[in-house]
Design a protein around this ligand. Sequence first.
Ligand code: PRX
Length: 679
Amino acid sequence: MNIENEIPLSEAQIAVHWREEGYFSPSPKFIGQANASDPSILERFAEDRFPECFVEYAELLSWDTYWNTVLDTSDPPFWKWFVGGRLNACYNCVDRHLQADRNKAALIWVPEPEDEPTRVVTYQELYRQVNEFAALLREYCGLKTGDRVTFHLPMVPELPVAMLACARLGVIHSEVFGGFSGTACGGRIADSGSRVLITMDAYQRGGQLIDHKVKADEAVAEAARNGQEVDKVLVFRRYPDKYSSDTPMVSGRDVFVDDVLPEYRGRVVEPVSMPAEAPLFLMYTSGTTGRPKGCEHSTGGYLAYVTGTSKYYQDIHPEDTYWCCADIGWITGHSYIVYGPLSLGTTSVLYEGAPTYPDAGRCWRIAERLHVDIFHTAPTTIRMLRKLGPDEPAKYDYHFKHMTTVGEPIEPEVWRWYHQVVGKGEAAVVDTWWQTETGGFLGSTLPALQPMKPGSCGPGALGIYPVIYDEDGGTVEPGSGRAGNICIRNPWPGVFQGIWHQPERFVDTYYRKYCRDKDSKDWHDWPYFAGDGAVQAEDGYFRILGRVDDVINVAGHRLGTKELESACLTVDEIAEAAAVPVVDEDRGRVVEMYVSLKPGLRPGKEVEDKVSAAIDREIGKIARPRHVWIVSDMPKTRSGKIMRRVIAGISNFADVGDVSTLANPEIVDDIRHHVQRAK
Ligand code: PRX
């Protein structure tokens, strides 16, 4: 069966177009205290200062040895930043703050149940925990510099501790979002070649204690099916002295961390001085084809980039209490809960649970109690909070000076609620466009220097030169009103170094499309293709329309249509499957699945449920489709390819385009009647 689509109907094509909005300015009070309030910063990062401009970011870090080359372009597009430099990421996020801020909170963890105490981890305490855990990883697990280790951890402080312990040793961590299924985690274990899995027995979410250990067993089995043995599973306990899972421990393989950790009490592990170019972590993300890609991020360039952007775009000062209400299992959490904020020595809040649990006031109670002054979240959360409790923020006495949104386009009216009601008209708002691959922000406004415009992320970030190309490589001019593919003309320190052990896929996916000369060593010939559609206004601000490939961004989570379709095909009854994006008021986009059955089988609720269960099992509940449509056949080209564009058009009540060349044009009306009548 051929499930390739001839012409995809991408998210960008179903984007809802809204009109250009006016500007908003931050308050003089905000400007007065901002890290970037002197316009000369824009000149310091102007194009003629590239790549030296990024030295300003690198100088925010503590280096063991300075670099000799800022940017090495000798092997495009495998850019190397700060070559010759050595540093340790854990040292930068922990040790260097001890002298001045030993007893300051590094992390404040808020468990979901409101009657459970908040846990404060000072920099000194973080140092102790990270050192002890690093000693355990090295001696008990035998991990050494360059090894990979997979985490499948929920939002608990043990996760940043484990990340930093790996960074201390130069071990490459690969955290799989806790909401992913065991099977999805197992695939990532195998791909990264990890023989140690670090997990937790259970976590609280939406008012329930969820068994998480069960997923570890599935993950290990799936990894083994893919040729990777896991010999140790370290299990943190959500509650001390109590095992909160019904899943048995496997003797000889599974161990409770708190049973072995006492042996390493008080141990100090010297941070390993790593080359700037050594990988710090892998983060898997969905792609157009095949399995998720392990995006490899560097130590020096990445850390410099997230530190610089945290300082100037999120305006983080060491004395702030900063809360990024996202999950560390995504790139947002790596860059802007852990590495960026801790490198700047601020206090970073971690919240375990659902933002709306037990009610729409929860986030604002946390903000009030902890005196959070910088808040960061995704449009999906903002939409949800607005729907459930539009007037809640006013009931609480908190004051944000700054707020961020990330992950999806934000509708102007949602933006205005965020600004007026959540931000109480006082907070500066930055809409940050970027990706797992890019390490940090690519498009945004410098909050004190560039006015906000609802619905637009802003111009390129400092030192980033975006451009919109059409399909043939022609430049789409600002203000033309035309959409095209947003690309970045230059390398930057946060860009990922490659896809783990798949260098060709890396070049093909991100650089082949607009490469002008594959033998050129000049970065100008190698623009980065982001995979997003965008339009640029006259003022240079970009509006991101969504993915132009077969990736669907559901509530800020990236899902590959191929992964969804493969999951459906594990159900015996299913002959063919197609996943399409559908515009949704709350979640931005959702997935609808179209499936056809093998000959002789009858449609029914039971099959629909099996399809949903297969997606839960193979990917996780976050990928569950809004609807499973069982159709008698799929619209196909004469060569047998499914025309997803046509199906997506029907699901979105949009124009399906020309169907005259289909092998079975009559099916279009059949599906339309079936689906649109039922909606
Ligand atoms: O389509 C863009 C959308 O999210 C994609 C990247 O997803 P992921 O790698 O999971 O990283 C999300 C967090 C950085 C992009 O290709 N996206 C991200 N930020 C924005 C956005 N779309 C519109 N506006 C944004 N601010």
